[in-house]
Design a binder for this molecule. Structure first.
Ligand code: ADP
Ligand code: MG
Length: 450
């Protein structure tokens, strides 16, 4: 019976693929139709797996309805098409792909929310800011004994906490299917708890949470100030840890900084390994952009990636958003990607991230700091006393505004772009060797960014 079903699904899928390439006469989609994968059919929902989040958004916006119609024509029981991102196998809808899906569906995680197939270790780019967190996560994923309990991951928004938690879950699942894992946000934990109280179902709530091998609670800061949920979490936590089951928790702050969290819980949360994820560095941002561009199979010049890595600094999430826009403009508007077109496409993001620092402000602040006249910024005087602050000001313009090198030059008394480039490079290099200068520049940056 299973094989009959498999055959039916394969027929449906092949017919749908044919229709997509024939009837949606879209050169872009045709490039990608080979990378669409069948992800299963259950309860009237057909799952379509695509390799990138970008393709998912695009399909959803443009073709979701038509694809559903094709599916319905093949099998009227299909009511909805769900598009998810996922790892793409070698062969296009080989029958083992479907069998694997069917087999997988029985042994899913015991409970909790579904995991995002994109969030794996493989797709996680490691750099100085997240090295400790990554290493700790890998350690937990790869060992069968509990090395530290809990693992507490913390850091600002969009820096990869959720990504690492999903990656741990995928990895454990791949190594040992028998281990049960529950991943959910602290918010969801709270709602389950409230519901169990309301329906007088505490026993099964406790049983459920205490029976998992690995419990992951994301964004624990959510239960700050929520006393009874904290109380219940505390007991769940203790029961799991006492039985040597792994607990992994994430938050936006360190345990001791979690205001509104009970002291005993704070202290227990810090018992295992506390790993923080720092804000991204330029190198990490560039690495992430390169990895994501490669996965989207779109060629983007290094210069453009470098530009984005320089300018979009808030979080990895924002970085991804910027990259998706650039890809979209390249692929669909047919524009060649250059630094200038990227600047155009990202104009609003750039404005938001630079907090409107103007050239004038930079020139004034630097002049004051170094005790030179504002007019020296426009002059060609070469004495070090004047030239160095001027170069620092140019460097800051490059870093803190979206202006191009020629534009900056114009604002410094009509210098050409090579003069500006020289200044930027010189200050960059000097900052590596000259601590005092480096401190000065950092301080100026801080002042200017308010
Ligand atoms: P957080 O949970 O810390 O707010 P997420 O884990 O949701 O952040 O990360 C935000 C986005 O950035 C996700 O799409 C994630 O895949 C991506 N991301 C974060 N850090 C990295 C990294 N080091 N390498 C690749 N992608 C990353
Ligand atoms: Mg998160």
């Amino acid at each position: 019976m299973a094989s009959e079903n498999t055959e039916h699904l394969r027929d449906v899928w092949n017919a749908v693929c044919q229709k997509i390439s024939k009837e949606l006469d879209d050169s872009v989609l045709n490039n990608w139709v080979d990378s669409l994968r069948f992800g299963g059919l259950q309860d009237g929902i057909l799952t379509l797996v695509v390799p990138t989040a970008f393709l998912k958004d695009w399909l959803e916006n443009k073709y979701a309805f038509k694809i559903l119609r094709f599916c319905k024509e093949q099998d009227p029981t299909i009511e909805r098409v769900q598009i998810v991102t996922g790892v793409v196998g070698e062969s296009k809808l080989a029958s083992e792909k479907i069998e694997k899906t069917e087999e997988d569906s029985d042994e899913d995680f015991s409970f909790g929310v579904p995991l995002d197939p994109e969030l794996t270790f493989e797709n996680f780019v490691v750099g100085k800011p997240n090295e400790l967190a990554y290493t700790a996560a890998m350690r937990i994923a790869e060992s069968d004994t509990v090395a530290f309990n809990p693992l507490f991951l913390y850091g600002g928004v969009g820096l990869g906490k959720t990504h690492l938690m999903h990656a741990i879950a995928w990895s454990i699942k791949a190594r040992n299917k028998k281990r049960t894992i529950a991943y959910m946000s602290a918010e969801k934990f709270m709602y389950q708890f409230i519901r169990s109280v309301r329906y007088k179902d505490m026993m099964s709530f406790k049983e459920q949470f205490r029976s998992v091998d690995v419990l992951m609670i994301d964004d624990i800061q959510f239960i700050c100030g929520k006393e009874s949920t904290q109380e219940e979490f505390f007991h769940t936590f203790n029961a799991l840890v006492d039985n040597n089951h792994q607990v992994i928790v994430s938050a936006d702050k360190s345990p001791s900084d979690l205001e509104g969290m009970e002291d005993r819980l704070k202290s227990r949360l810090g018992w295992g390994l506390v790993a923080d994820i720092h804000p991204t560095t330029y190198e990490l941002r560039l690495g992430i952009l390169q990895s994501k561009a490669a996965r989207a199979s779109v060629k983007i010049p290094d210069k453009v990636l470098e530009f984005v890595a320089h300018k979009i600094t808030a979080s990895v999430r924002e970085l991804e958003g910027a990259l998706n826009r650039i890809i979209a403009s390249a692929v669909f508007i047919g524009k060649e990607i250059t630094v200038d077109s990227a600047r155009e496409v990202l104009a609003d993001l750039l404005r938001a991230s630079e907090k409107r620092v103007s050239v004038e402000e930079i020139q004034k602040k630097v002049a004051t700091q170094y005790g030179i006249k504002l007019s020296d910024m426009f002059s060609s005087k070469r004495s070090r006393q004047v030239a160095l602050p001027r170069q620092i000001a140019m460097y800051l313009c490059k870093k803190l505004t979206t202006m191009s090198l020629p534009e900056i030059g114009k604002n410094f008394g009509g210098k050409d772009h090579s003069t500006v480039l020289h200044a930027v490079k010189k200050i960059q290099d000097a900052m590596d060797s000259d601590v005092e200068l480096s401190e000065d520049v950092k301080l100026l940056t801080k002042i200017l960014q308010g």
